[in-house]
Unconditional design. Sequence first.
Length: 140
Amino acid sequence: MSADALTAEDLAFLARPLHGFLTTAAGPQPAEPRPVWFEAAEDGTIQLFTEPDALKVRRLRRDPRAAIVVAAPVAERERWVSVTGRATVEAGGAHDLAARLAARYWDLDDPTRAADLAAMLAGDLLRVVLHPETVRRLAY
C-alpha cells in the first residue's frame, strides 16, 4: 500500500524505539543506509539529529532526496514502513530532539548512558526533517 501521508497505525508503529535506516541520494555513488534514531512528529514529518559534519548532511545539501525504512524486530510479525521525500537540514531543535530520543532509546538512569547524552548535548547538532512524499508499508 502506498500513500503520501503517515496513518495513525504508522505513527503508533513509529513511536516505538526502533531503528530507522536513512538513505540519502548519492548520485552515481551507491546508497549507504545508516541506522538512526528518529521521531515521527505530530506534523507528519520524520525528524532525526546528526552532527554538522556527517556525510548525510553533505549529501542532503547537494540533493535533498532521502528515505527512511523502519522494520519490526525479528521476533514479531513482518512489518515495515518506508518514507521517501525531501529533507531539510535545520539549525534549531536538534538538542531537544536528541534529549527526547535518548530517553526513548536508552535507560537514562544508567550513569553511563546519562554521561553519553550529556556529551552528545555538549556538541553541535543539526536536525534533519524528512517531509514525506511517498509512504509505503507492509504488515502481515
